[in-house]
Design a protein around this ligand. Structure first.
Ligand SMILES: [Fe+2]
Length: 237
């Protein structure tokens, strides 16, 4: 075989290989645009307290909050995840995808913050201790000053929605109280340790519009051992 023939053969083989590779990529791309991807389902966490024994918050309120709001948010998050996994990305409009991602973020935050909220309530309230107590004093001046700021942030959320979140910020290596006006505003990077629900469904049945009384009841019912566990985990981030 001449050099020219060899070169022609090699070029032809290269083109064939390229065409095959393109065909393979195209075949791989097409199904990925439309094929459902397995999405883990979230299961609602049960209440670990007796809702009738939390001082300052009624059992009926806590049950309806847990079963009627939190559990429904979990269902919503699962449904959105399933819908997203089945989307044909070659067909869906950016607006439709954007709406789903907006709703997914809100449901993601809502479910996570509700779990921290319910885990943070106790039949027998505790006081902060150990490393978390030291960090509260270090980052807020004192535990009382932390409480005052936390309460006031809650009172600023008087429009029937939002969260007050005690969080650990790994970048600054410190605790912060965050204020969000809705489920979508959770801060980037921070690890929530304690969350106070300021949505109307969290207090109206017991306190009407008197958010100050609800906030006082919540602060008195905090199970600090839950926040301490989350703080220890957060410091390893
Ligand atoms: Fe809630």
């Amino acid at each position: 075989m001449t050099d020219i023939s060899r070169r022609s053969l090699a070029a032809g083989a290269g083109l064939l290989a390229g065409a095959l590779a393109f065909g393979t990529r195209a075949q791989q791309m097409a199904p990925q645009m439309a094929t459902a991807i397995p999405v883990p389902k979230i299961t609602p966490k049960p209440l670990v307290i007796n809702p009738d024994k939390v001082k300052g918050l009624s059992g009926d309120l806590l049950r309806s909050h847990h079963d009627g709001v939190y559990a429904e948010e979990v269902k919503k998050l699962n449904a959105i995840g399933e819908e997203l996994s089945k989307l044909d990305l070659a067909q869906v409009t950016p607006q439709k995808l954007g709406d789903l991602k907006r709703d997914e973020q809100a449901a993601h935050n809502s479910t996570l913050l509700h779990e921290i909220y319910f885990d943070g309530l106790s039949e027998a309230p505790t006081q902060p201790s150990g490393l978390l107590a030291q960090a509260l004093s270090r980052d807020f001046g004192s535990f009382d000053r932390w409480k005052a700021e936390f309460r006031l942030i809650g009172e600023s959320l008087n429009a029937g929605s939002g969260w007050v979140i005690l969080a650990y910020a790994p970048r600054e290596k410190r605790l912060l109280n965050h204020r969000t006006e809705n489920d979508s505003m959770a801060p980037a990077g921070s690890v929530p340790l304690l969350a106070m629900d300021m949505y109307e469904h969290a207090y109206a049945a017991d306190y009407g519009t008197d958010t100050a009384k609800y906030i006082e009841a919540f602060v008195q019912a905090i199970k600090w051992t839950s926040a301490e566990r989350l703080y220890r985990e957060a410091m390893r981030v």
